[in-house]
Design a protein around this ligand. Sequence first.
Ligand code: TMP
Ligand code: ASP
Length: 236
Amino acid sequence: MIPREKLHEGKAKVVYATDDAQVYIQDFKDSATAFDGKKKGTITQKGRMNNAISARLFALLEDAGVPTHFLGVETETAMRIRRLDMFKVEFVVRNVAAGSLSKRIGYPEGTPLKNPPVVECYYKDDELGDPLLCQSHLDELGVVSPEELARATELSKQVNSVLGAFFAERGVTLVDFKLEFGKDAEGVVRLGDEISPDTCRFWDSATGEKLDKDRFRRDMGGVEDAYAEILRRISD
Ligand code: TMP
Ligand code: ASP
């Protein structure tokens, strides 16, 4: 596939057009940001590792019946994806309290949720800092229809079941993660974006060690090793 013009450069990926209007290429970068881009850095080999991790997890989800945008691996750092019209909503799925949920409802980090998964919607709007939306906000904004919201919520829970079991077998607790959905040319709701240690919290089930981007966000060190460990655990 021949990449053509750059369509979009985000904080962690670049998306290119191809000669097929329905196929894009997404190339994963080593650069990392946190806190709405206020913290910046580089995670060596992150592009290669996140491409490999996302490819493996998208393939797993497709096999389990979750429609995704993944079409195939293109290069060490890039994958072919189906063009989607993305919803302006991020879905965060949580099994264990951590991060902003701990701050919001006062559960210490590591507290198992009583009725998992908690599924939250955030407004994809950088200027507003991606705020949490309640149902009335979603109704008012109208950025996703009730049917799209119901389908994306259902798929989010299915992704949680599939990935939760997959990681548990590999000694990793899937604490929480962020998903983005969109619609393809046929109107099918598909999972897009990426699934990687940038977008998930992964804790070693035995030791509780963090194996994700929190090591970068919280200046804990060992960031590259954590990503490499996740890639190692999922490579069979
Ligand atoms: P949070 O606890 O900071 O709300 O994060 C919940 C999950 O969502 C966590 O796995 C990290 C992921 N996430 C992103 O992928 N992108 C973001 O911009 C944020 C804030 C969180
Ligand atoms: N990627 C987001 C940002 O730049 C936040 C995060 O993952 O923590 O700010």
